[in-house]
Design a protein around this ligand. Structure first.
Ligand code: PLP
Length: 389
């Protein structure tokens, strides 16, 4: 088969591959603790499920408008005004099946050969994959362990050129667990506010899973809502990964292109999922708080546990549900650590290299698993490392 050459530029998300490997070992009777996949282990809150079921019973099983149901776009705009303090117009909201399509569409709409896109590295691998697929040039913004996985903003200033058209930020961050401060966001906003030709895509999908301080959106800084695409969704905050629902809030001039890409690919997001999402935004937020409380305890357990293993350093995660320890002191590469963790310790985790070139020397552990399983994983990893010899 002769595939189109553009397929050579498409990367992947290794979490799904490692999950498949783990499942194959489980089928042979091996016990594996799953710390590879980035999804909350909680069930979707009951009142949200009920709203989805009710919608199905009411016959909400048909196509809807491509940009999303008006009542959901309004609920998202209302929510954004409350949590970000931005005067959001429902007409600037586009709802998609998961938030990933927003990434895909925005990058396809803006990047092309000759255009540079700055993205966090280590970072969510789909950013770089999509930039390459579009023909644009990915420019990594390195997150530094020495700065608790925050970027060096002087370095970012140097990376912005006349070819830069998009800067991607992600806070709280996958895989590093860092969260940009208000001051850092302000500095980034200052760097781009006078450049009409630069947009910022702010991936805020983990905004509700933040352990210290408050979430700030770069879109809230003066002049920035006109050049920011906010990416957010329901997968992480409301444990709704399988409902496939996300959204972008974007400058109005970008909406028609994003909607055109959506109509060419997915037509619309599932109608009943959208009605469940209205219930998620407008209903009680107790479950979000309960999840955060549980993640807070797990974060303590995993960060302290990893630090007590010889050769491992784990900066404090500030948000999301990922620990990103430096494992170079064990003498193993990231790929070797991933492999041995799976085969010898029965722990599925991800090599940092899956998150970009600056991920070598690191691994990612998702602590979206019970404290009991996290403890078991830590014990097994400790024994594995002590036995390396
Ligand atoms: N952005 C980041 C940083 C993520 O980690 C993920 C999922 O893992 C997404 C976006 C997309 O999530 P979804 O498509 O499930 O809404």
């Amino acid at each position: 088969m002769t595939l189109a050459s553009r397929m050579d530029n498409l990367g992947t998300e290794t979490a799904f591959e490692v999950l498949a490997k783990a499942r194959a070992l489980e089928a042979q009777g091996k016990e594996i603790v799953h710390l590879e996949i980035g999804e909350p282990d909680f069930d979707t809150p009951k009142h949200i499920v009920e709203a989805g079921v009710q919608a199905l019973r009411d016959g909400q099983t048909h196509y809807g408008p491509t940009a999303g149901l008006p009542q959901l776009r309004e609920a998202i705009a209302r929510n954004s005004r409350e949590v970000r303090g931005i005067d959001t117009d429902p007409g600037h909201v586009v709802v998609t099946p998961g938030a990933k399509p927003i990434m895909f569409y925005v990058i396809l709409a803006l990047a092309e050969p000759g255009v540079e896109v700055i993205h966090p590295n280590p970072g969510f691998p789909i950013y770089e994959s999509m930039i390459r697929f579009s023909g644009g040039t990915p420019v990594p913004m390195r997150l530094l362990e020495s700065k608790g996985y925050h970027p060096d903003l002087d370095d970012l200033a140097q990376k912005i050129t006349s070819k830069t058209r998009l800067i991607i930020i992600n806070s709280p961050e996958n895989p590093c667990g860092s969260a940009l401060t208000r001051e850092e966001l302000e500095t980034i906003a200052d760097l781009v506010k006078d450049r009409d030709d630069i947009y910022v895509m702010s991936d805020e999908i983990y905004k509700d899973i933040l352990y210290t301080g408050e979430h700030h959106s770069i879109a809230a800084f003066p002049g920035m809502d006109a050049k920011t695409i906010i990416l957010d969704g329901f997968s992480k905050s409301y444990a709704m990964t399988g409902w496939r629902l996300g959204y972008g809030i974007m400058p109005p001039e970008l909406v028609p292109s994003v909607v055109k890409l959506a109509v060419n690919s997915v037509s619309c997001a599932a109608t009943f999922s959208q009605l469940a999402a209205v219930a998620a935004l407008d209903g009680p937020q107790d479950d979000v708080q309960a999840m955060l409380a549980e993640f807070t305890q797990r974060r303590r357990l995993i960060a302290d546990g990893l630090r007590s293993i010889p050769g491992i350093n784990c900066p404090e995660p500030e948000g999301a549900f990922y620990a990103f320890p430096n494992i170079s002191g064990t003498g193993l590469t990231s790929a070797e650590f991933e492999d041995r963790a799976m085969n010898e310790a029965g722990v599925a985790l991800l090599s940092g290299l899956g998150f970009g070139e600056f991920g070598e020397g690191y691994v990612r552990l998702s602590y979206a698993n019970s404290q009991e399983n996290i403890s078991k994983a830590l014990e097994n990893l400790d024994a594995m490392v002590r036995n390396l010899g």
